[in-house]
Design a protein around this ligand. Sequence first.
Ligand SMILES: Nc1ccn([C@@H]2O[C@H](COP(=O)(O)OP(=O)(O)OP(=O)(O)O)[C@@H](O)[C@H]2O)c(=O)n1
Length: 405
Amino acid sequence: MIDMKLMRTAKRILEKLESHGYEAYMVGGCVRDFLLKLPVQDIDICTSARPEQVMNMFERTVPTGLKHGTVTVVEAGIPFEVTTFRTEQGYSDYRRPDWVHFVDSLRQDLSRRDFTINAMAMDRFGRIYDYFDGQRDLKRKVIRTVGEPEDRFEEDALRMFRAVHFSGQLGFSVEPEVLNAIQNQRQLLEKVARERITQEFQKLMQAPFVEHGLRTLISSRIATDIPPFCYIQEGLNEASRYSMQGLTEPERWALLLCHVPGEHRMQFLRGLRLTKKFVKKVKRLLDILDSYESIVQAEQIPAYDLICLGEEDAVSLLKLNQLRFTQSLDINVEQQVKAVLKQLPIRHPQELCVNGKDLQTFLNRPPGPWIQKALNRLAKAVVEGKVANDPEQIRAYVMEDEHDE
Ligand SMILES: Nc1ccn([C@@H]2O[C@H](COP(=O)(O)OP(=O)(O)OP(=O)(O)O)[C@@H](O)[C@H]2O)c(=O)n1
């Protein structure tokens, strides 16, 4: 599965670089995904040309990382990262090389990469350059470092988390020797910026084999004592037992965190660099799960609660509870919620045909917090069939209601 325009355009760039006497290849994740017949989102290119030569050769370029040899070439509206063959040295912060050396050989460039499955190149004729048995590891479904795992992880500690992410992305296992190195060197992750760790964890949570990746995270021992993962140990153990296939990303996070005690949930979420909007969504789902523990069918949700939850959150609640309590997910959940909502006179409290001003007029009362309370009570009465959603009938009902109080 490859976007033909993307591939054609990449080949044009390779051809141009070659026509100027340089070597050029597609490299890294795109070759891995191409060989696995997975969708290829973007194509990285490596070349023997130096950044200034690349910049002179193409019309639209952006100097995105000149120091590290990277120029973004924009062709047919598509950006391609074109990086000069390089080796890296001196990783005093365990994150970025202190300096890079431009080199002339593809093999040297591939030898500095993290995993064998990420260290392959492909030329414009589709020939594969695989010096570290990446293709064999793709067949064996293993994640193995190029060279000694200890060295690779000392260079960039994030690679330990990348191994976990790729195991969830591809459903691969981490080679025992590599897993052993992660267990021994996991403390180095504390030196990595939380933004980078967050990105890898998010990729893991979106991955097709997320449960497998979560099990790898457990066996890596990263969650044993590395913050913020040490706060979600119970969640990892529980959530990795479910199939998360049919869940959205916030639902997956909620399933992971609903097994974690309250204060640890917050420590975990605060320990990552997530958007406020995402955290709010996950927290809302967690609150809903805590409030409706045993509900697994749309009909079991009280009518007024259903319209307050809304369709999206009601569907999430049922999916998550079905997984937790029945171990299987009914694929018709959405239709069931829709069907129940359709039978109700209103599907949202705001569909009430009177507003706060009307209530003030009916009762001749000054504005105040009573209005919202009264509107909620009314919405409840309407969905429960005690009064029709009709201004006159509501007026009579409200007056009577006031007498009763
Ligand atoms: N810490 C890192 C990060 C990246 N790479 C190399 O740089 C390539 C590109 O990295 P990146 O875009 O982060 O990952 P991809 O492998 O392309 O995977 P994906 O984009 O699918 O996450 C990787 O394939 C790998 O060869 C590396 O060696 N060490």
